[in-house]
Design a protein around this ligand. Structure first.
Ligand code: SF4
Ligand code: FES
Length: 345
């Protein structure tokens, strides 16, 4: 008979949940959900050993556990710190955490250019969101930013090293998804950079996923660069017959045209199902896909404002005394109101 594993109780910003031993504070926060979930620029659940690099997920542990109630002396990276039974954590309710997040944002922006107006990641960029929420108006850095020339790494991937925050997600994805990895982080500290060994092209069946895991615009899709701002495209769920991957993807459409194809992601912007290069780059014809319908974007971002979807539950809408057919403008406005943290672009 299997013994039931005793769960650990954890309270984050006053909300309590129970998790299995070994769960990180960040995952426990995700289990509770909502705004108390710390941001994560390097942690990526589907990638083993991710996290611990960017420090955006720092939180304050005000009570270590029931067995030892002392607070932890320093802020801890929630993605890499395990829950203890009876632990109490402060994220939004901690001034120290908010101050630290501001400092980390400033640090990440030391070298990152503010080129959102021309960057393909704008609207989907985690650093942009972080900058709006915690950024300061002016830089205090007097030194020159480090700069690199954009580089084509492989036939369909462009590397803008200027924008890279060295989160290592792409390296882990290439390591864990493909049989060969031809790129990595070269050098250390201030001069560290993502590069391909001997300028070899990244070329294997699943390498396109490195674009989707990149939290900023350092890795972009050469087949859709500058084709459209993301908020002008409509994401739709689509499937296709594929022998290499599940063939479940999101098509970003502009009229009848498929601007780009990406993997499906959850509310934390993490890939649910990796897709192969063929689905990503060689099926830009809508006839090759079975279109299921509009993709609901859970993630808090400007792209979740493409409210052309109908509410799932029409009955509850009709029962609502204010029920009426909303115009797209009304829907966008009500979504902004619902999410007071939303930052207009
Ligand atoms: S290229 Fe993107 S995914 Fe890779 S380390 Fe830099 S920021 Fe992270
Ligand atoms: S998400 Fe935890 S350190 Fe980067």
């Amino acid at each position: 008979m299997s013994e039931e594993i005793k769960k650990f109780k954890i309270t984050i910003d006053g909300q309590t949940t129970e998790v299995l031993p070994g769960t990180s504070i960040l995952e426990a926060a995700r289990q509770i959900g909502g705004k108390l979930v710390p941001p994560a620029m390097c942690y990526y659940k589907p990638l083993e050993t991710s996290g611990g690099r960017c420090r955006t997920c720092l939180v304050e542990v005000s009570k270590g556990s029931d067995a030892d109630s002392r607070p932890m002396p320093k802020l801890v990276a929630s993605c890499r710190t395990g829950v203890m039974d009876g632990m109490e954590v402060k994220n939004l309710t901690s001034e120290k955490t908010q101050e630290a997040r501001k400092a980390v944002t400033e640090f990440l922006l030391i070298n990152h250019p503010l080129d959102c107006p021309v960057c393909d990641q704008a609207g989907e960029c985690h650093l942009q969101d972080l900058g709006y929420e915690h950024g300061v108006e002016a830089t205090r850095i007097e030194f020159e930013r480090r700069t690199f020339e954009p580089e084509d790494i492989g036939p369909n991937i462009k590397l803008h090293m200027n924008r890279c925050i060295l989160c290592a997600r792409c390296v882990l994805a290439a390591n864990q998804l493909t049989e060969t990895r031809e790129h990595g982080i070269l050098f250390r500290g201030e001069v560290a950079e993502i590069s391909t060994y001997l300028n070899k092209a990244l070329d294997n069946d699943f390498i396109g996923n490195v674009i989707d895991v990149c939290p900023v615009g350092a890795l972009t899709d050469r087949t859709s660069r500058f084709a459209s701002r993301v908020w002008f495209t409509k994401p739709v769920n689509a499937t296709c017959e594929c022998t290499k991957c599940s063939g479940t993807a999101v098509l970003w459409m502009k009229g009848e045209e498929i601007v780009r194809v990406t993997a499906r992601k959850d509310q934390f912007d993490e890939i649910i199902d990796w897709i192969c290069n063929e689905c990503r780059w060689e099926k830009k014809d809508a006839k090759l896909w079975n279109i299921e319908g509009p993709r609901h974007i859970d993630r808090h971002s400007v792209i979740s404002l493409n409210h052309y979807e109908k509410p799932k539950n029409m009955v509850s809408l009709l029962n609502n005394s204010h029920a009426k057919e909303l115009s797209p403008e009304d829907e966008a406005e009500s979504a902004v109101k619902k999410d007071s943290n939303f930052n207009l672009m």
